[in-house]
Write a protein of this length. Structure first.
Length: 309
């Protein structure tokens, strides 16, 4: 079997855990690492010692609008360091296969909808997450450059907004799904009359369950060899307001939602054009309400910290 030794770089994160779960019955040897991937010498040495057949690059510094706004230097430095170390370290010891994770938020702020892979770098980025986006764009260019110069198979994927088990529920630094789930659950158990939602609620987003992403990444590793990036999403969108109402329904919360328009909205729409991956034969399987139900069941089964960090 090809790619029998697989390194999940970032195995403790939401995406890394989902990939590990997806591969558990595939007769693969899963490699994990617990050192700081920003450390170049340790990263190079670990890759040399272990030499995986395939790397899923899920390790990254990520966060919502608040985190991106408050720690821009951390976001660009940490992500550039991690991806530079892994990509070049793999090249140095002839590791030929990498799946590099970008994000839908690296598209221009006012990109035509749905966003096609050819639209990358065609306009101004959303200012609230520009440092993160610039780092990920550099990672894509780096993968393409190593492919062109050295014949590598370093594939860049662009996932949509994710939710699922082992998400980060930090009250300020989390992404929308985890933040809303935690806040609405808290309001329910404390009989809170309302829940405040950052922004107007008008922006449209495509939310995908992380297990679907893991399945898509394994599919791409086996079925996609192109040098161009590839989008991964559901191809369906919902407003933040309606998404919050769906979470209320899943949780059983009957209070009201209050929208704090003093907080930034981010990009108005971020719908990915998923025709490329659909044409390859992959489509998401988990619909939004089913995924949110599973997400909430997992959330309730965790300890009292609920993964907050």
């Amino acid at each position: 079997m090809a790619n029998k030794r697989i390194w999940i770089a970032g195995h403790n994160g939401m995406v890394g855990r989902a990939i590990d779960h997806r591969l558990k019955n595939d007769n693969r040897e899963i490699l994990t690492s617990d050192f700081d991937l920003r450390d170049q010498s340790k990263t190079y040495q670990w890759i040399k010692d272990n030499k995986p057949d395939l790397v899923f690059m899920t390790a990254a510094k990520v966060g919502g609008i608040h985190a991106n706004n408050n720690y821009p230097a951390d976001f660009i430095f940490d992500n550039l360091s991690i991806q530079n170390n892994i990509i070049h370290g793999c090249h140095l010891v002839d590791v030929n296969n990498i799946i590099f994770l970008g994000s839908s938020c690296i598209y221009p702020k006012h990109c035509a909808q749905p966003m096609n892979e050819n639209d990358l770098m065609s306009g101004v980025l959303e200012p609230t997450n520009a440092p993160y986006a610039m780092a990920k764009l550099a990672g894509i260019e780096m993968c393409q450059s190593y492919n062109r110069q050295y014949g590598r198979n370093y594939i860049s994927v662009l996932p949509t907004n994710l939710y699922g088990s082992y998400d980060n529920f930090h009250p300020q630094n989390s992404h929308v799904p985890a933040a809303l789930l935690h806040r609405i659950h808290d309001a329910k158990i404390n009989n809170g009359p309302n829940v405040t939602i950052w922004g107007s609620g008008a922006p449209m987003r495509d939310f995908m369950y992380v297990d679907d992403l893991a399945d898509a990444l394994v599919f791409i590793s086996q079925n996609y060899k192109d040098n161009d990036p590839i989008n991964i999403g559901t191809g369906e969108e919902i407003s933040i307001a309606d998404f919050a109402k769906t979470i209320c329904s899943v949780i059983g919360y009957e209070g009201s939602l209050v929208f704090d328009t003093s907080q930034p909205d981010g990009a108005p729409r971020k719908l990915l054009d998923c025709s490329k991956i659909h044409n390859l034969g992959w489509k998401h399987k988990i619909e939004l309400e089913d995924g949110l139900n599973d997400f909430y069941k997992w959330y309730q089964s965790t300890d009292t910290l609920k993964g907050i960090k």
